[in-house]
Write a protein that binds this ligand. Sequence first.
Ligand SMILES: [Fe+2]
Ligand SMILES: [Fe+2]
Length: 147
Amino acid sequence: VKRHAALVPLSEDHHHELVQARRLLAAAESADAEGRLAAGKAYADAFFETTVAHFRREEEELFPVYTRHAGSTPLLERILAEHMQLHGLARALRADVAAQDVRAERLRELGTLLREHVRVEERELFEEIQRVVPAAELATLDEHGER
Ligand SMILES: [Fe+2]
Ligand SMILES: [Fe+2]
């Protein structure tokens, strides 16, 4: 998939998120309680340290540019709802970690939702954004988009 330069940093984050999703799913399938706790803690930390900022960049910088051209679409509504779901699951996971009781089901649910979310963003929403937003306008995202 050819990505506009302004979308490349977010797409790179998506690669990391897919790795995290695979780790969550692997831990759900085969880790013991200690391994699930370690995997849960690693993901909860990563979520609040980096994924929250990624969601914010999408919601506050990228998506408004898209809605200026497309309005609000069912696809975007789905993505925003998933951000809230992922946030809720990550908070629940953080509580599980604090209680030292991370169930396979929680890891599986988070891993599955994260993987699907990233796939839909990459394959559908980002494609759609590149289709409807003029490249010159996407390029202006870079100007306030440094991290
Ligand atoms: Fe997202
Ligand atoms: Fe994303």
